[in-house]
Design a binder for this molecule. Structure first.
Ligand code: ADP
Ligand code: MG
Length: 251
């Protein structure tokens, strides 16, 4: 590498144009062959910096959202889910519901793709500039209960409240006591009206009362969740069972 290019790279790094600095030597070699205009060369170099930065920012946001797996809506196999039409999936993908702070309630038995669909929608939302948090219901209760004493829990809840979309996975996986139901209500109340919520559950709202215990709190939570919401019933057999991986093969 010539001293001049080394100087250029160091200057670019000092100015924090690090992605372009990493490729500038190769781009200069290419430019000597292809002879683009000065303008086109500069544009290409800066575009590279922007593209790489945007990619890293998205990665950071996916990580902050805490998805348990990263499957996009393109990975969602519609043929495995007859209760959702292509048109409906495309409508969900347009994110108008999120823009208008609608909640989505995804219901269905285990393995039909509720969590998978919620993650796909969450990733789509991040790609469109929305802030997203994903949390499992039992983890959410733990965070709410330790909010006073744990800085990490506080930061996570704060991030959730500042999100445009909060995905609460597996509501009613376990029964919660009155104090926990109260904490949950306070959070839902804080989110109400400004943050969309996706709830996945294998029990319908009519059964939530049994698990939340207190009928007054259940009604108050349901009121806020259902007020502006779309309920989506996913049906069919478990995707896990149908696509079971076996050691001996499936024949
Ligand atoms: P649920 O939350 O309804 O119990 P999951 O979303 O966890 O089900 O799905 C179980 C597994 O099957 C996951 O690994 C998920 O990625 C996969 N899966 C489920 N439905 C689909 C689908 N329609 N297309 C692709 N993968 C799917
Ligand atoms: Mg699930």
């Amino acid at each position: 590498m010539s001293a001049e290019i080394e100087q250029l790279r160091n200057d670019m790094k000092r100015l924090k144009i690090t992605e372009a600095a990493a490729v500038v030597e190769q781009k200069l070699i290419d430019a000597q062959m292809k002879e683009p205009s000065y303008q086109a060369f500069l544009l290409d170099l800066l575009r590279h910096e922007i593209k790489m930065r945007d990619g890293k920012q998205l990665e950071r946001l996916y990580k902050l959202a805490s998805f348990p797996e990263c499957k996009t809506l393109d990975d969602f196999d519609l043929s495995a889910q007859e209760s959702l039409s292509k048109k409906q999936l495309n409508q969900l993908r347009e994110l108008l519901w999120l823009e208008q702070a609608y909640n989505l309630i995804l219901l269905g038995p285990p393995g039909v793709g509720k969590t998978c669909l919620s993650i796909g929608l969450g990733i789509e939302a991040i790609n469109h500039g929305y802030r997203v948090s994903f949390v499992q219901m039992n983890e959410l209760i733990r965070l709410l209960k330790t909010e006073e004493i744990s800085r990490i829990s506080r930061a996570k809840i704060k991030r959730m409240v500042g999100s445009d979309l909060v995905i609460i996975d597996d509501l009613m996986f376990m029964a919660i006591d009155r104090h926990e139901a109260n904490l949950f209500f306070q959070l839902i109340n804080q989110l109400y009206g400004q943050t969309s919520i996706i709830i996945t559950s294998n029990k319908g709202p009519e059964e939530w009362g049994d698990i939340l215990g207190d009928p007054a709190i259940t009604t108050a939570i349901l009121d806020r969740l259902i007020h502006k919401s779309e309920v989506i019933h996913l049906t069919g057999d478990s995707y896990r069972l149908k696509h079971r991986q076996t050691i001996f093969g499936n024949n």
